[in-house]
Design a protein around this ligand. Structure first.
Ligand code: FES
Ligand code: FES
Length: 189
């Protein structure tokens, strides 16, 4: 027996996948209004719909960090976020970190320290580092922060162990980690 959905019901002729919504994102300071399938991730929105290919698709499962961007100032794995759920958010990608024609200090430090090899993970590493430095400045502790530190309202101190722990969600298949830590500390300290 046929169900109402396949014949004569209110959804007849409406494929389940034909579900779109219109949303607005503020990407690197520019308002962008898009109509997207509800299943579209923020990563695919940036790469496929807005042409911003800085954020990379590595695992597409939240495990490598190559898709890291800043959402309302906090780092996030854009492959795990549905774009429709970010309506109204401020999104910053590696392309938007520069101040006009001048690269972000982290971008300069990565270049000066030669903190990359193939470069695939680098935009995510730099966005993550920018978010991580802000998190520490805002007093968020990490797994290796000593108990009781930082004091209420004080920034969390960063050293190499803190940077390694806080950046542990960003994998580098080339193993450029030593120089990545040095580059981040150049900016953070
Ligand atoms: S592509 Fe998002 S965490 Fe790997
Ligand atoms: S520099 Fe190649 S993956 Fe990190």
């Amino acid at each position: 027996m046929e169900t109402p959905r396949t014949k004569g019901g209110p959804d007849a002729g409406q494929p389940a996948s034909d579900e779109h919504s219109t949303l607005t994102l503020y990407v690197n300071g520019t308002e962008r209004t898009l109509t997207l399938d509800h299943r579209t991730t923020l990563l695919d929105t940036l790469r496929e719909h807005l042409g911003l290919t800085g954020a990379k698709k590595g695992c597409d499962h939240g495990q490598c960090g190559s898709c890291t961007v800043l959402v309302d100032g906090r780092r996030a794995n854009s492959c795990l976020l549905l774009a429709v759920a970010q309506d109204g958010a401020r999104v910053t990608t590696a392309e938007g970190l520069a101040d006009g024609g001048r690269p972000h200090p982290l971008q300069e430090a990565f270049l000066e320290r030669d903190a990359l090899q193939c470069g695939y993970c680098t935009p995510g590493q730099i966005c993550s580092a920018a978010g991580m430095i802000t998190e520490a400045a805002d007093g968020f502790p990490s797994h290796v922060t000593p108990p009781g530190a930082p004091a209420e309202g004080a920034p969390a101190a960063l050293d190499a162990d803190e940077v390694r722990e806080r950046m542990s969600g960003n994998l580098c298949r080339c193993g450029a980690y030593p120089r990545i830590v040095e580059a981040i500390l150049d900016v953070a300290l």
